[in-house]
Ligand binder design. Structure first.
Ligand SMILES: [Cu+2]
Length: 144
């Protein structure tokens, strides 16, 4: 009896510690919300790979330099729901409005104005919420 009373709380606290560490690990792995700062490659281009899925863009906060060419390579994760990409910033000379597919798609532009601009998926099924409302949007931050 005495032994049982000693072991049981220990077992519980061990279980609790395991659960907490798993949960914390899961949250850290899922968030991925740190901004992605594009590096300028040896070709003088800022390369950015974006993964799209139901309903997210990863990374969702992208930082690029103004007046340096940007190449976005966008791929859709496996799934049956169609997605698209809209990134329209006339004052920065960016105009993207395309459906996305399983094959990687490449978009190139040279941003000409700094600022923070939204990109998003424009898809929407009937009366349901749009993918953007489901969280399928991100920020392109153009810095000096
Ligand atoms: Cu979508």
């Amino acid at each position: 009896m005495k032994l049982q009373g000693f072991l049981f709380p220990r077992f519980l606290s061990l279980l609790l510690a395991l659960v907490i560490s798993f949960t914390a690990g899961g949250v850290a792995a899922q968030s991925g919300n740190e901004p992605y700062r594009a590096a300028i490659g040896s070709d003088g281009v800022q390369h950015v790979n974006i993964l799209a899925g139901d309903y997210f863009f990863r990374p969702r906060h992208i930082i690029v330099k103004v007046n340096v060419p940007v190449m976005l390579v966008v791929r859709v994760e496996q799934g049956v729901i169609p997605h698209g990409l809209v990134l329209k910033v006339p004052k920065a000379n960016i105009s993207i409005d395309e459906d996305l597919g399983r094959e990687s798609q490449t978009f190139t532009f040279t941003p000409t104005a700094s600022g923070k601009y939204a990109f998003y998926c424009p898809k929407k099924l009937l009366f349901f919420k749009s993918h953007r409302e489901h969280g399928m949007e991100g920020i392109l931050e153009i810095v000096e």
